[in-house]
Design a protein around this ligand. Structure first.
Ligand code: ADP
Length: 247
């Protein structure tokens, strides 16, 4: 409990710091992007200055993506909760990543057909599952298997697992993996915010999260969420989300 409390406090103060920094940095990046985009057009095609402007634009765009991660980390509290089906969220996540990240691995989906709905923020959950899938793929340099699994647990919990057959984590890495800004990836690739974002998303959903990893074998992230009382059959079959108001 002590560790969890400490983690929660660390997340909270880093969250507000990150939010402030991200906001200011966004203005700086906007100026850089705006100027570089205005000038690149005027350069002769293939010239060194055109290439240099291209590099500036790419770097600013990469910075923008890192800021998006920072902002979503900082905005965890503004969750919009509705009744939803986690299978639908996972399918949406796969749809978003299948042409890029997921094309590098074999994907196995073991989704419980009768999964109970939960109260959740669809955007935050999609983002969290995307972070986990990207980590899984990064950990599998050659043809690994990514398994996305859901099942009902009694009493009243729904479980999601994201499992990979990748490099796994040594104990020292596993202990720090949830810390904001902890990364073993090269500069520009990892922000170290992925798992922190997932952890705070799970917390805002009153859920539990567990990391299990074996070096050389792989990693399994298990998340458990409290289920809603009544099954949302309509939401399951149409893929639409039911709002609280319509219950
Ligand atoms: P990032 O992906 O930007 O590094 P994360 O917070 O998502 O940030 O992850 C922190 C670190 O935890 C990673 O750099 C990596 O060392 C380790 N990690 C996370 N997920 C996995 C995984 N599925 N397999 C192996 N290592 C992982």
């Amino acid at each position: 409990l002590q560790v969890q409390l400490h983690q929660a406090q660390k997340m909270e103060s880093l969250g507000s710091l990150a939010g402030g920094v991200a906001h200011d940095m966004n203005n700086v990046l906007g100026a850089i992007l705006g100027l570089a985009s205005a000038h690149i057009e005027a350069q002769p095609a293939g010239s060194p200055t055109q290439k240099a402007f291209g590099t500036i634009i790419k770097a600013a765009e990469r910075g923008g993506n890192m800021l998006k991660s920072l902002l979503s980390f900082a905005r965890q509290n503004a969750a919009e909760m509705r009744e939803l089906d986690l299978n639908t969220i996972l399918r949406e996540e796969v749809r978003l990543l299948e042409r890029t990240t997921l094309s590098k691995v074999r994907l196995v989906m073991e989704l419980a057909p009768d999964l109970r709905p939960i109260l959740g923020d669809p955007g935050a959950l999609t983002h969290a599952f995307m972070n986990l899938s990207v980590n899984a793929v990064d950990a599998m340099p050659e043809n690994g298997v990514l398994t996305l699994r859901t099942r009902n647990l009694d009493p009243g919990w729904v479980e999601v697992q994201v499992e990979d057959t990748g490099v796994g984590m040594a104990k020292e890495i596993l202990e720090k993996a949830l810390d904001p800004f902890f990364t073993t990836k090269e500069i520009g690739k990892g922000t170290g915010l992925g798992l922190s974002i997932v952890y705070s998303t799970v917390k805002t959903h009153r859920g539990q999260m567990d990391l299990h990893s074996e070096p050389g074998k792989g990693t399994c992230v298990t998340m458990r969420f409290p289920a809603c009382e009544a099954p949302a059959r309509a939401a399951e079959t149409t893929g639409a989300y039911r709002t609280m108001a319509s219950r």
